[in-house]
Design a protein around this ligand. Structure first.
Ligand code: PLP
Length: 402
């Protein structure tokens, strides 16, 4: 039998660290261990009933066939209205693409725009998929460390220092996975001022967590703050996080028509269209009662407050307060170099996270997966009881280090 040799683009990339962490937790649970799982990247709530009902109705009505590559008119209208409400800017159907999750939309956007050697500026800590998606599409990720001292956010100086003639994209993720950091209007304006001098550069603003925002009012958006950039900004969003619809696989992006046309051309050859049933459900999510979103944000807020207070009370750990999403990025520098009760040294955040799994039965993801250590990411998309139990177990494990 001949040996399968994957394409070079596959050997350039890694599998998603969060998917791998979730698989490890499943394995340990299957072995009978009780794991306090703080790795989860999706809401722990069920999809609201009215959204499910819209999907059932679509199936009953026979809306089970291919739709247009660009989505159903109902969903297009619902998304365009949503984007206008969020950003204050008007987009047309020609400026909208709808795909199988924000993840697929971002991948296709890179495929539609990156040539070999093009650079993509990825502020770190980053969502694990960005660098690999760039690599898979022959681009070069340019990782720019954005430390806790700058709120884990790209500064105008760091941006200016990373831009070159080869820069194709800058990625901004607000609220951020993994830190929950949110760019303020002033910070976005300052980045826009730098970008004004680089008209060949596009900006991908991943706003998938925009509704899980604790700041009050609506999330500041780059295109709103700097409408002059609209023809080179791709605003990415989806229904996964706000409506607890991760399994429905529906995401979208609004941006300049020529870029959108290129993305849709690829989509016509990749998937033909997003799932018809998920489109009906997503239209109901966006146009229906928004009480679920409001209620879940308040629940996330109280969990965040408990998690941040609890983690900051652990001697050796510290944690900045996230302004959005459902993650906290915990500084574990105080544990590095210490010795476990078995005599092993904690060299880095990967060792620390493994130690937590072994000694506290708490699963988290090491900061090195997000390009900035020594940190670990916890998700608080889990019950307050689990959060409190986990923090107590983490505290005990940290105090056992010498
Ligand atoms: N962008 C960020 C920052 C994410 O954290 C995720 C999911 O974890 C996605 C995009 C992908 O979302 P979707 O489920 O719409 O593909």
């Amino acid at each position: 039998m001949s040996k399968f040799v994957p394409a070079t683009r596959v050997s350039r990339i890694k599998s998603s660290a969060s998917v791998a962490a979730a698989a490890r937790v499943r394995e340990l649970k299957a072995e009978g261990r009780r794991i306090l799982d703080l790795t989860v990247g999706e809401p722990d709530f069920d999809t609201p009933d009215h959204i499910k009902a819209a999907a059932v109705e679509a199936i009953s009505k026979g809306e089970t066939k291919y739709t247009s590559v660009t989505g159903t008119p109902e969903l297009q209208k619902a998304i365009l209205q949503t984007i206008e409400l969020r950003t204050g800017l008007h987009y047309t159907p020609a400026e909208l693409t709808i795909g199988g999750g924000a993840k697929q939309v971002i991948f296709t956007a890179f495929m539609a725009s990156i040539d070999a050697g093009d650079e993509v500026i990825v502020p770190a800590p980053f969502w694990v998929s960005y660098p690999d998606m760039v690599l898979a599409n022959d681009g070069t990720p340019v990782v720019v460390p954005c430390g806790e001292d700058v709120g884990f956010k790209l500064t105008p100086d760091a941006l200016a220092g990373a831009l070159t003639d080869r820069t194709k994209w800058v990625i901004l993720n607000t609220p951020s996975n993994p830190t929950g950091a949110v760019y303020s209007p002033v910070e976005l304006r300052a980045l826009a001022d730098v970008l004004a001098g680089y008209p060949h550069v596009y900006v991908l603003t991943d706003e998938i967590y925009d509704q899980i925002y604790f700041g009050g009012g609506r999330l500041p958006s780059l295109v709103e703050v700097a409408p002059g950039l609209k023809d080179r900004v791709l605003v990415v969003n989806g229904v996964s996080k706000a409506y607890a619809m991760t399994g429905w696989r529906l995401g979208y992006a609004a941006g300049p028509a020529p870029l959108i046309a290129a993305i849709n051309k690829l989509q016509s050859q990749i998937s033909s269209c997003p799932s018809s049933v998920s489109q009906a459900a997503s239209a109901a999510a966006l146009t229906g009662d928004q009480g679920f979103v409001r209620d879940s944000v308040e629940i996330y807020r109280s969990r965040r407050d408990a998690a941040v207070a609890g983690l900051n009370a652990v001697d050796g750990l510290s944690c900045a307060t996230p302004e959005g999403a459902f993650y906290a990025y915990v500084n574990c520098a105080g544990a590095i170099g210490k010795t476990t009760p078995e005599g092993a040294t904690i060299h880095d955040d990967q060792d620390f996270v493994l130690y937590l799994l072994d000694h506290a039965s708490v699963a988290a993801i090491p900061g090195s997966a997000y390009g900035l250590g020594p940190y670990f990411r916890i998700s608080y998309a889990t019950s307050l009881d689990i959060i409190e139990e986990s923090i107590a177990a983490i505290d005990k494990a940290v105090q056992a280090l010498s």
